[in-house]
Design a protein around this ligand. Structure first.
Ligand SMILES: Nc1ncnc2c1ncn2[C@@H]1O[C@H](COP(=O)(O)OP(=O)(O)OP(=O)(O)O)[C@@H](O)[C@H]1O
Ligand SMILES: [Mg+2]
Length: 303
């Protein structure tokens, strides 16, 4: 069981440098750029996404409301988004921490795992399914209320093939959507996770790029294919490009391998740099200033 009370106790006793050392049992299910995904108190039914981003509970409430709206819209678009709820607790130093509680799905069914366990033919059928899911978002964007646009992050690790054969989309914790041309998500919230000494640079250079790429169909697919390099499966690149190019004809310029390779190189550099600088920020806060560093950071990531 994972109720508000247990989450509050967990947060009170949490050491972000070592979440598993908590008095309440905790396992790490995954890392995001912003959130960290945890199994807390041996509750194997729930994946708890911890977001220590908010200066007040009202700011966390607002984010949670946008999050719910985003999930609702994705479901209206026809995507399968796992059951969920939200919980807000008091963090250290007066901050508010939002926990997004999502139904826990089996790790082995996530796409970045399946690419290593299924054969190429099965995988081709699966990438077709993912393309169909991504296309639903663009159908929603063009056929629904013209004032609402949804973004989606098509990366492999965001898709889960359920035992039922259905494909679920789990990366809902960053609710990127435009209403009347305006982004709902306050970019300053995402900036919270960046090293403090670099925020000016990120505001100025990267934010625009990272926040807008998920609204661009071609970039979403580019990012998805580039992800095969990160997941050490470059051998799938050619056949998947073909699947995407044949399923999206007339709507999008064909993807090209060279361009994807170049994109990957740049993206890899950005995220490596970003993580490295977050570690430095953590070192400065923890060791030099004796302050608390709120974010749980991953160890070495193979790219
Ligand atoms: N419902 C779930 N059940 C089991 N594992 C999950 C679940 N949700 C996420 N995970 C694990 O955590 C990883 C990261 O999750 P998710 O995609 O939600 O975060 P993210 O990519 O960091 O998103 P953001 O950057 O928006 O915070 C997933 O790839 C998966 O390994
Ligand atoms: Mg993700």
């Amino acid at each position: 069981m994972l109720d508000q009370d247990i989450l509050q106790k967990f947060e009170n006793g949490l050491d972000p440098q070592d979440p598993t050392a908590s008095s309440i049992p905790c396992e790490i299910l995954g890392y995001g750029e912003i959130s960290c995904v945890l199994q807390i108190n041996n509750d194997t039914l729930i994946a708890a996404k911890r977001m220590p981003l908010f200066a007040s509970s009202s700011a966390a409430e607002k984010y949670a409301a946008d999050y719910r709206k985003y999930c609702e819209r994705l479901r209206t678009a026809g995507l399968l988004v796992p059951e969920d709820s939200t919980s807000i607790v008091n963090g250290h130093g007066g901050i508010s921490v939002l926990y997004i509680l999502q139904k826990q799905l089996p790790p082995s069914r996530f796409f970045h795992k399946l690419i290593h366990s299924q054969d190429a033919e099965e995988l081709e059928a699966m990438i077709q399914r993912i393309v169909a899911e991504i296309e639903k978002v663009w159908t929603y964007n063009s056929e629904n209320d013209p004032n609402i646009k949804l973004a989606i992050d098509g990366q492999l690790s965001n898709w889960v093939l359920l035992e039922s054969g259905e494909m679920a989309y789990i990366d809902t914790s960053t609710p990127l959507m435009l209403e009347n041309g305006r982004e709902k998500l306050d970019p300053e919230l995402l900036i919270q996770s960046a090293p403090s000494f670099l925020r000016w640079l990120i505001r100025w250079q990267f934010l625009d790029d990272v926040m807008t790429r998920y609204y661009d169909r071609r970039l979403v697919y580019t990012d998805l294919i580039a992800n095969l390099f990160k997941e050490q499966s470059p051998d799938l690149v050619d056949s998947w490009i073909k699947v995407i190019n044949t399923s999206t004809t007339n709507k999008m310029d064909a993807l090209e391998k060279q361009e994807i390779e170049a994109y990957y190189k740049e993206d890899k550099l950005i995220w490596r740099l970003f993580l490295g600088l977050r570690r430095i920020d953590r070192f400065i806060k923890n060791k030099l200033l004796g302050q608390r560093y709120e974010f749980v950071l991953p160890g070495k990531i193979k790219r």
